[in-house]
Write a protein that binds this ligand. Structure first.
Ligand SMILES: Nc1ncnc2c1ncn2[C@@H]1O[C@H](COP(=O)(O)OP(=O)(O)OP(=O)(O)O)[C@@H](O)[C@H]1O
Length: 254
């Protein structure tokens, strides 16, 4: 099966002289969820910016649904939906209008889009807020609108930045259920988060970034095994990061 996302030997960042990412490679298959984890500044957002085509690779390549952005912009862009950490909504559109706008932008069939929107409104307990403007919504409700828009599209590749912060317990449960549904329908999910227990339970695979390099990857069990059989992903993460730092220090003669 062709991966929804393939990153090969990607080196990139904000300036050619000082790359942030150093030759990273990983893939996400349809129906799978990969967790992207790393310390603040490790390169997670930079990786996502490269996938979204907001930054150009210095070398290496990114493919979505088998194509590079420059080969087929329409196919590439219509295959991804992205939920940023900070909600960004149109101030003059209601929640329902946001969903309608997204459905149009992605060319979804109207009846199907309305059915899905109604289901998402129920799942995220947003029925009563469908006629509201963003300014009148709480922070978590705005985040829910962003998630509902991305889930409405049901794209081959769903990229979500830190989705669990700010969601109430029922919304968190609704999201994990909706992500399971998205996977069952064949979406590949790349999820960046610092909430490791959630990923330990849910992710099919993990990519551990440190200073722009992948220091471990595989299933959560693989990653724990790589960290001397750590009991939890939190423990594994700490071991892997500290090991990488002491190896880096040794190489520099520190
Ligand atoms: N606009 C920018 N210009 C130059 N360098 C940047 C810019 N944004 C981030 N960086 C640098 O890129 C590196 C990776 O940052 P990135 O935002 O990808 O980290 P992250 O893993 O997403 O961190 P966090 O968990 O804090 O969101 C850091 O060294 C950071 O200083």
């Amino acid at each position: 099966m062709m991966p929804a996302l393939t990153i090969k030997e990607l080196t990139g960042g904000y300036s050619q002289r000082r790359p942030v990412l150093h030759g990273i490679s990983f893939a996400v298959e349809p129906g799978r969820m990969t967790g992207l984890i790393g310390l603040n500044g490790a390169g997670k957002s930079t990786t996502i910016k490269h996938i979204l085509g907001l930054m150009l690779a210095h070398s290496g390549e990114v493919r979505v649904a088998g194509v590079k952005l420059e080969e087929d912009r329409d196919k590439y862009r219509s295959a991804c939906a992205y939920v940023p950490e900070q909600p960004s909504l149109f101030p003059n559109l209601t929640v329902a209008e946001h969903l309608r706008w997204t459905a149009m932008a992605y060319g979804l069939e109207q009846g199907e889009a309305e059915r899905r929107a109604a289901k998402l409104a129920e799942t995220f307990r947003m029925d009563k807020a469908m006629g509201s403007l963003p300014d009148t919504l709480s922070k978590g409700m705005k985040q829910k609108v962003m998630l509902m828009n991305a889930l409405l599209v049901s794209p081959p590749l769903l990229i979500i930045d830190e989705p669990f912060l700010g969601l109430d317990p029922l919304a968190t449960r609704a999201l994990t259920g909706a992500l399971d549904d998205a996977r069952a329908q064949g979406s590949a999910i790349l999820l960046s988060s610092h909430i490791l227990p959630a990923l330990e339970r849910r992710a099919d695979s993990l990519v551990v970034l440190h200073q722009g390099r992948i220091i471990a990857s595989g299933t959560p069990e693989d990653v724990k095994r790589m960290a001397n059989g750590a009991a939890t992903l939190d423990d594994a993460f700490e071991t892997l990061v500290l090991d990488a730092e002491s190896e880096g220090g040794a190489k520099l003669g520190r």
